[in-house]
Design a protein around this ligand. Structure first.
Ligand SMILES: Nc1ncnc2c1ncn2[C@@H]1O[C@H](COP(=O)(O)OP(=O)(O)OP(=O)(O)O)[C@@H](O)[C@H]1O
Ligand SMILES: [Mg+2]
Length: 166
């Protein structure tokens, strides 16, 4: 029923539950599972893509990677650490969970920039027919049912979108 399921994660409990559900669905329907994390402080460039593939950054990448004010206090090494941290704390355990649940095909993506825009762009690119996203994330504004990312993604997604509460 679903060929490709996209699950965006920000390390929140809601996203963790979304990931578990997405793994179960991917197993059930034999879907490919694509996980994405967006580094909002970094520009989405070829340099970031290289870092995501384990190729080290150098200072010549910095003008390419940095977006305006976000550049304060950042260098190639700190961006490399952010990427490594996503790999270690999000993708390694997530891949393990997906494999344990019997998901066949898994892809992980690190992007930079506005989270909702990147998630929507990626959904198009991988041709996701379902997005499974946490209803809220790491933000602490009380009261809202949806955060700004899940609100925008669920309103603008071309395919189906499920929001998951922790
Ligand atoms: N940077 C990100 N990369 C990937 N997925 C994200 C990112 N930020 C949020 N998400 C996804 O969106 C879901 C909802 O998070 P969202 O950011 O909308 O809520 P919030 O943090 O509570 O609110 P806000 O960020 O608007 O203050 C998360 O559970 C996660 O699935
Ligand atoms: Mg958030």
């Amino acid at each position: 029923m679903f060929k490709t399921i996209l699950v965006p994660t920000d390390k929140s409990q809601h996203a963790q539950k979304a990931l578990e559900f997405a793994c179960d669905l991917a197993k059930l329907y034999g879907s490919k599972l694509v996980m994405i994390h967006v580094l909002e402080q970094v520009r989405d460039t070829k340099a970031l893509k290289r870092l995501g593939k384990g190729k080290p950054a150098d200072e010549s990448d910095m003008p390419d990677l940095m977006a305006g004010m976000a550049s304060v206090g950042m260098n190639a090494e700190s961006i490399q650490q952010m990427v490594d941290n996503v790999e270690k704390t999000i993708f390694v355990p997530a891949r393990q969970m997906a494999a344990d649940k019997g998901v066949g095909e898994i892809e992980t993506l690190i992007k930079g920039g506005d989270a909702a825009k990147r998630i929507l762009k990626c959904a198009k690119k991988v041709d996701a027919d379902l997005i499974v996203i946490g209803s809220r994330g790491l933000g602490n504004i009380k009261g809202a049912f949806l955060g700004s990312v899940s609100d925008k993604v669920s309103r603008k997604a071309k395919g189906s979108c499920v929001t998951i509460r922790s």
